[in-house]
Design a protein around this ligand. Structure first.
Ligand code: CP
Length: 311
């Protein structure tokens, strides 16, 4: 089968490719400022979302429209696609491959995007696979860090909250592993610690990291506080969720102990772990981060289509 350029996981990106992608996203900012262009007129993107989404689905759809293409799809594919009648993911993907030029898929199962790519005859982008990965989120996170600081090398980055089920921190770790002298602080309740396979990867890449449940001990020395939601929907029991919830709240008091140049990121949605009083602080970068998702996803759609055509 013809090889297509898929985006399935964050480990597939090396530093040179990341830097080219970030430069392309910067160009996309200019394209949006001009009102978009028509480079993918006549092409169609399918969005297949088996899990809820606001930012990822809508920014991908906006991105395709900004590039002149069309969008078809379903926002509740588990219920409103023929999956509910028993159609396999593989058959759904085979069918959608005949209707469109690129698939963006969010699914409940770890590895679902890889399964889709095996049978697709068009590029597939992983928009989140269960508690596995969310590579396009990590790309926009890294793009945001690079825009805010002008670099990623040498930064101290704290990932806070649900590091077990929060797929964005897995993918962001893999992206950060490309950069020099980065230090990652994994800060979480004991029952949602960063998985061993992520730590093993960081060890293999020689990236420094530390694990703690004490946010206060690092708040004053970090450059980036990457806060996450406790993923209630993925816990095996209410008791386990309650053990993890409510432990880390970013509020004005915590911000007063952070460095003047530090930023706060969050993939969003938030569920109380960043107080609204923080929103007015110029260091609160999470809404800027969400907008950056549009530019990164425009660059990714363009790359998938152009590189798949070249093969
Ligand atoms: N960050 C993120 O994936 O947001 P959505 O779930 O709204 O797409």
């Amino acid at each position: 089968m013809k090889p297509y350029y898929h985006v399935l996981g964050a480990k597939q990106f090396e530093k040179s490719e990341l830097e080219r992608l970030f430069d392309a996203a910067l160009e996309m900012e200019k394209v949006v400022a001009k009102g978009g262009d028509r480079r993918h007129e006549g092409r169609i993107m399918t969005t297949l979302f088996f899990e809820a989404s606001t930012r990822t689905r809508l920014s991908f759809e906006s991105a395709m429209h900004r590039l002149g293409g069309g969008v078809i799809g379903t926002e509740n594919a588990a219920q409103f696609s023929s999956a509910i009648k028993g159609e396999t993911l593989e058959d759904t993907i085979r069918i959608v491959s005949g209707y469109s030029d690129i698939i963006v898929m969010r699914h409940t199962d770890i590895g679902a995007a890889k399964r889709a790519a095996k049978v697709a005859s068009i590029p597939v982008i992983n928009a989140g696979d269960g508690a596995g990965e969310h590579p396009t989120q990590a790309l926009l996170d890294a793009y945001t860090i690079r825009k805010e600081f002008g670099k990623i090398d040498g930064l101290q980055i704290a990932m806070v909250g649900d590091l077990a089920y929060g797929r964005t921190v897995h993918s962001l770790s893999y992206i950060l592993a490309n950069y020099q002298d980065v230090m990652v602080h994994y800060i979480s309740p004991d029952n949602v610690r960063i998985p061993d396979n992520v730590k093993k990867y960081m060890d293999e890449k020689g990236i420094r990291y530390a694990e703690t449940n004490d946010l206060d001990s690092v708040a004053g020395s970090i450059d980036v506080l990457y806060q996450t939601r406790i993923q209630k929907e993925r816990f095996p029991s209410v008791e386990e969720y309650e053990k993890a919830s409510g432990q880390y709240i970013v509020d004005a008091e915590l911000m007063s102990r952070m460095s003047k140049h530090a930023i706060v990121l969050h993939p969003l949605p938030r569920a109380g772990e960043i107080a609204e009083e923080v929103d007015e602080d110029p260091r609160a970068a999470y809404f800027r981060q969400a907008v950056n998702g549009l530019y990164i996803r425009m660059a990714l759609i363009d790359k998938c289509i152009v590189e798949s055509k070249a093969n």
